[in-house]
Structure formats: C-alpha cells, structure tokens
Write a new protein. Structure first.
Length: 490
C-alpha cells in the first residue's frame, strides 16, 4: 500500500493541475496545524497570487519570508506581487539578483523583471537586460520582449516578429498576447482592416465558449429586484453594515477611461489608487455562497456583512499609500455588483464613467483580455450586449440604492479635466491640487491596457477612434450612440 500523500506533495500536484482553489484549501489546512509552516504560507501565497487575490498573497509572502528569508521561490513570488501592486523599485531589487543567479527560479525572475521594466516604461533597462542575454533568452517569452523593444524603433519589423509568435507559438496565452500587440501596432500604422482581421482571428482561435446569457441573466435578476417599487427594492437590499469612509471606486466597463481617472485622482495627496483590487469579487462570491444574493440581502446577519466589509477594508488598507485618507479601487466588476457594494460597503463613493460605446467597443475588441473571465470581448455583438446591460443597470442601481456617486462623461473629462477633477474631489470632500491634471507625471506604474496612454498628457486622440472602423458597426449601435450623444450635450 503506497504511503499517504504529504501536504507538500498535494500542493505540488494541485499547482501542476492549475487547481489553485484546491491548493489554497491544502495550504490553509497546513497553517491550521502550525502557523510556522513555511510551506503553508508559501503555498497560500502562490495560490492567492494565481487567483488574483494580491492583497492576501502580499500578506502570505510576508509571513513566508519572515520564516525563511533566503528562499528563492518566496523571493520570486514576492517580487512578482510587488510588481503587480506597483512597488516597482522593490520588485526590481528583489528580481534582479534572482535573474542573475543560478537557482531554478532565475528564468522566471528574468521574465518577471522584463515585465516590470516594460510596464514601468524603463525601456533602456529592458533593452540592457535583453542585451546581457542568458539562458532565459531561449524562452519564447523573451522573443515577445525583443519584439516589444524593436517596436520602439522599427514597428514594421516588430509586427512581423509578433505575428510569427502568434502563429507558431503553442502556448495560447503567449500567442494571444503577441497577437494583440501586433494588432495594436497595425492600428497605430493605420492598417485598420488588417488590425481588425487579425483580432478576429485571435478571438476565434484563443477564446473558449463564454456563457454570455448566464452573465446577462445575473444582471437581469438584479434588475428585477431594483425595478420593484422603491420601497420593496430598498427593503430587499437593506443593509445593517456600518457605513465606510475613505473608499472610492470606479463604475464602468473596460476602456471607459477608468485608468485616466485613477491616475488623476491617485496624484492627489490624499488619494491612493489600489489598482484592480479583487475585494469586490470576493464580496460577491461570499454573498452568492449565502444563497441570499441578490433577492434577500436584508436577511443576512449583521455579523456576516461586517466580516465581508472588514476583509475588504483590510486588503484596501494594505494596498493604500501611506498617508492617504482614501483608496481608489479600479475594479472592472463594480458596475455589475452595485447591490453588493451598497450592502457591504455603504458609504463608498462610486464614479460612473461612460464613453462613446463605439469607441469603447473597438478598443475592447482590439485589445488583450483574459479569454475566460472576459470572453464576452470576443465579438462586437457580445460587447454591445454587455454595454447595453451596463447602461441600464448602473444608473438604476445608483439611484435606487442611493449610492453616493459622481457621473463622468469621458469626452467631457478630457475636454475640461480641471473642472471634472474638482467635481470628483468635491464628492470626496477634498480640495483640488494642481498635479491632478498632470497624470502623466504620476510615477505609479500602470499594469492595464492603458499603460502607454496615461504616460502622455491628457489628450483627445482616442475620441472618435471608432470611425477608423465605421464599416464594422451596423444600425444595432445607433441607440447606444444616440444615448451617449445626449449625455455629452447635457
């Protein structure tokens, strides 16, 4: 009879199978036995990192490195988490010696270091890393970095390199990343038909089936509760949680202008951007597990709501810049979870950002998004369905639930950033500061699709972008366009 599987072996097996939830469960069991289990904290940190729970992974790795400060795997994960949380200098200091070392983690450290330099716009250091070479240059991810550096001086050659990776690489993630990098370069070169055709091919080849009807069904269920009489809706969604202070978040779809707003507000001395924090996702998962979401949140015990609230606040506080009174959460999920936010985080200020649906749609379609969680981005038709749902559920939720909010039209924000920044800050009871309208000077790294745009002064070059692809939009977009045009003229 074979010996029973050890917890460490179970972790290895689960990570190889990409079962990060299962690995987290095993790590928690190990820590329940001993809080001094290095393997437990490391396993928990790795699981949470892969689940996108960066604040939890941040805490886990602190515990792991206190127990074993020189462990290279813990150091690698620590550097990768620091990168994702925008702690660029700390990430570089952690990853650089690992990348130059002889441990098995050297290759992954070099790849992660290259990513840090790329997203932080430290292009000279990235070029120097590539020039130094090493064993990591045999990894196909190094070819992607070579093409990205090439694009700075020879975009046409870079397009050829990126398309070759997208066509020949077996790794579907790398194929998708390289392909959409090529799409972006084709778009910049004015080769719009080619960009659209390549994006269409990439979506077809790398996006698995997505349950759009399931996603829209969840939103329609919320809508059904909210469209009852105001009294009935308020009763069903009433909360006994304490009001929160110092919490703000964006309410909008990807590519609506949320990164620009975040970088502007993060420039204020009293506001700290915390990126795309997963806290709202965790709240939603917790509410769903109770069986009370979304029709009878009012039946949840106060203690349950407060536990969810404290979990969110602890994570946000950990990510918040020292000295800031507010955290700004750039989650992409808040727009479809507003009843959850109202129940668990009453008092949180929401910024409803809307942009021309066609500009937003073409930007989404031509960009890399996770093919599983954002599978609705694979066609303009499914993107339109999601935008239509967002344009109904957001104002309905904000008004019915009495959520403190500020509505922002992207085109107006770009046209008069000082006036709109002043309005946003007034909602947070903060005074205007001049650096808010110079987000390009914000040193905080951006790990979103807008990382290039926000390093330039505020401009209107992306407004009307859809006209380069006007032939891709039919009459089904007219109602959304008219709705936004009316809002812009208010």
């Amino acid at each position: 009879m074979p010996p029973p599987e050890t917890p460490t072996a179970a972790l290895d097996r689960l990570f190889r199978a990409n079962d990060h939830v299962g690995a987290l469960r095993v790590a928690d069991q190990m820590l329940a036995q001993s809080q001094r289990s290095f393997a437990g904290w490391l396993g928990r940190g790795c699981a949470n990192f892969n689940l996108g729970r960066l604040a939890d992974a941040d805490t886990d790795l602190d515990h792991a490195l206190k127990l074993t400060p020189s462990d290279p795997q813990a150091a690698l994960l620590r550097g990768m988490v620091d990168q994702r949380l925008g702690r660029i200098d700390r990430a570089v200091d952690r990853l650089r010696p690992l990348a130059a070392g002889k441990t098995p983690q050297a290759l992954e450290a070099a790849v992660a270091l290259a990513e840090v330099f790329w997203f932080a716009h430290r292009r000279d250091e990235l070029a120097a890393l590539l020039t130094r070479g090493g064993a990591w240059m045999n990894d196909p991810r190094a070819a992607l970095m070579v093409a990205r550096v090439c694009a700075q001086t020879d975009p046409e050659a870079a397009i050829v390199q990126l398309r070759a990776i997208a066509e020949l690489e077996r790794n579907p993630v790398l194929r998708r990343v390289a392909g959409f990098d090529a799409v972006g370069l084709l778009d910049k070169a004015g080769r719009y038909r080619e960009a659209f055709e390549l994006a269409t091919q990439l979506h077809a080849a790398t996006t698995p089936p997505f349950d759009l009807y399931g996603m829209l069904g969840e939103i329609n269920e919320q809508r059904g509760v909210l469209e009852k009489s105001a009294v009935a809706a308020t009763r069903a969604l009433a909360t006994t949680a304490d009001p929160v202070t110092g919490v703000a978040m964006v309410v909008g779809l990807p590519r609506c202008g949320s990164t620009l707003l975040e970088q502007m507000l993060d420039s204020h001395s009293q506001i700290s951007g915390i990126g795309e924090f997963d806290g709202v996702d965790v709240i939603a998962a917790s509410l769903i597990s109770t069986g009370r979401w979304p029709r009878s949140i009012n039946l949840l015990p106060r203690a349950t709501l407060m536990e969810m609230q404290q979990s969110y606040l602890n994570g946000a506080q950990r990510l918040r810049r020292a000295g800031a009174a507010w955290s700004f959460d750039k989650t992409l999920e808040a727009w479809r979870l507003l009843p959850a936010i109202a129940a668990v985080l009453p008092g949180a200020v929401c910024f409803d950002v809307q942009r021309d649906a066609r500009d937003m749609a073409i930007s989404i379609f031509l960009s890399y998004f996770h093919p599983h969680s954002k599978g609705w981005t694979a066609s303009l038709a499914s993107i339109r369905r999601v935008i239509e749902a967002e344009r109904v559920i957001v104002p309905l939720s904000l008004e019915t639930l009495g959520i403190p909010h500020q509505s922002i039209v992207y085109e107006q924000l770009v046209a008069d950033p000082a006036a709109h920044a002043t309005r946003c800050l007034a909602r947070m009871e903060l005074a205007m500061e001049p650096q808010v309208v110079q987000p390009e000077r914000n040193a905080r790294a951006v790990f979103t699709l807008s990382h290039e745009q926000v390093r330039r002064p505020i401009n209107s070059t992306s407004i009307g972008r859809f006209r380069n692809y006007e032939w891709a939009f039919d009459q089904s977009w007219d109602a959304l366009a008219a709705m936004h045009d009316a809002r812009r003229s208010e």
